[in-house]
Design a protein around this ligand. Structure first.
Ligand code: SF4
Length: 288
């Protein structure tokens, strides 16, 4: 979440909303220590595949060249990570010896199994910022309260003909029930696109999922977003922004609520583990 210093408007990305719901303290610590937010292996492999897909959709390369382009993008990303942070990407649950093979395989899976269903002529990396509501900062009585416009901002992987697509790399297939009932990203992006007049409810949002292995296959999973899913995610964002403003006003620099009961709360997955749970628990926690 960021506050524009000139307009006082609040901007929320779907990833911040997810981070906050996962563990509020994790969002606070990663915001205060952005240098600790290093790339992990699966995120970097996903970014590399995104680059290859984007180049195909924008006709910069032929589909048959996607594997080579994605692997090259991965090498460039590792080099940049070295340059900026002096270290390689963080290894979580993948084998570095298989990184290039898996990236090539996932990129080809996108071409073979997903691309034939993607409508052509859309826009890649579609950036948006759309006002979705207002938030009140509760102040001590003598100061009165202040109002902030609330925006969703982000970048959609691909927007075309009133629908949106997002490319995912994953260790396992996605579950339709889980995504249809719980996914935040699709609700945020649908709210933004409808707000911009580029789509109407009910709106389709498709995940093009590439399974992370040496013989990858692609999965297309389409969820539907409507006014109800939009209202729900806006209410979540208003609650999150209001909570953060209240904490900032009345308890700056105090620890926020921690949620250490999910599987990502571990040395392997949480970039700020050493500042939080790791300060109290000495035995390594590798997230197994
Ligand atoms: S270590 Fe666990 S509780 Fe602490 S910030 Fe990370 S996810 Fe949250």
């Amino acid at each position: 979440m960021r506050i524009d210093p000139e307009t006082d408007a609040i901007y929320i990305r779907q990833s911040s909303l997810k981070d906050f719901l996962l563990c509020p303290e994790r969002l606070r610590l990663t915001t205060l220590n952005p240098e600790m937010k290093s790339y992990n292996d699966s995120a970097a492999m996903g970014t590399a595949c995104h680059t290859g897909i984007e180049m195909v959709l924008n006709r910069q390369i032929m589909p048959g060249d996607i594997a080579e382009a994605s692997v090259a993008a991965f090498a460039a990303l590792r080099a940049k990570e070295y340059e900026e942070h002096g270290k390689d990407i963080r290894v979580t649950n993948t084998n570095p010896a298989q990184w290039n093979t898996h990236i090539a395989s996932m990129s080809n899976a996108w071409v073979n199994d997903i691309m034939p269903s993607v409508p052509l002529g859309g826009q890649t990396e579609f950036k948006f910022a759309v006002k979705v509501g207002e938030v009140e900062r509760v102040q001590p009585a003598e100061n009165g309260s202040t109002h902030h416009d609330l925006y969703f901002e982000g970048t959609a992987d691909y927007v075309c003909e009133g629908e949106a697509w997002d490319w995912k790399t994953s260790g396992r297939k996605y579950s339709f029930n889980e995504k249809q009932t719980q996914d935040i990203q699709s609700s945020v992006y649908a709210t933004a696109l409808v707000g911009l007049g580029l789509a109407e409810f009910p709106m389709n949002f498709s995940f093009g999922v590439m399974i992370r292995n040496a013989s990858s296959t692609g999965q297309i999973l389409t969820v539907t977003r409507d006014q109800g899913s939009s209202d729900f995610v806006v209410a979540q964002a208003v609650a999150m922004a209001g909570t953060i403003l209240t904490m900032e006003t009345f308890a700056p620099a105090k620890q926020w609520q921690i949620n250490d009961q999910h599987f990502l709360c571990s040395e392997r997955w949480c970039p700020v583990y050493s500042l939080c749970k790791g300060r109290h628990i000495n035995a390594p926690d590798d997230g197994e």
